[in-house]
Design a protein around this ligand. Structure first.
Ligand SMILES: [Zn+2]
Length: 143
């Protein structure tokens, strides 16, 4: 199930707080959005319906907590993003991200270790349909 940019803003607050109320979420997000209480409550309902949030009644208010970890959700978002591009372009995207991402010497060492241990393939398979990437443009497409 995909999650919108607005819903993602809510989830970040929930992951940070662990367990939180709509009032607390509205308060945090007022620093960067003009969202009204009813906007936030609509987004909370959507996230609850999608199964991203669990609710617990605490007196007159609801307590919200996340059903999935932040790490798991970040990885899903990254997988969804990369699925939009031909697999043969993934390394170029990673090179771009490596160049653009600020890193400590320790981060670089960890990445080097990861690369040294990486299992390689002779050729990266193209996973696209003919006509959506140049790898297979000769297949099934009239010249
Ligand atoms: Zn392709």
């Amino acid at each position: 199930m995909t999650i919108s940019n607005a819903e993602w803003e809510i989830m970040r607050v929930v992951w940070t707080k662990g367990q939180t109320t709509s009032a607390e979420i509205i308060d945090v997000l007022s620093q960067k959005t003009e969202w009204t209480a009813s906007t936030v409550k609509t987004l909370l309902k959507r996230l609850t319906d999608k199964g991203y949030l669990k609710t617990k009644k605490n007196g007159r208010q609801f307590l919200y907590s996340a059903s999935f970890s932040e790490e798991e959700s970040i990885n899903n978002q990254a997988d969804d993003l990369f699925a939009k591009f031909c697999q043969r372009k993934h390394v170029a995207i990673l090179e771009h991200l490596l160049a653009e991402t600020p890193m400590t010497a320790e981060d670089v060492s960890q990445l080097q270790a990861l690369l040294l241990a990486k299992e390689t393939v002779a050729q990266v398979p193209c996973n696209c349909i003919p006509g959506q990437c140049r790898c297979q443009e000769h297949v099934g497409v009239r010249k």
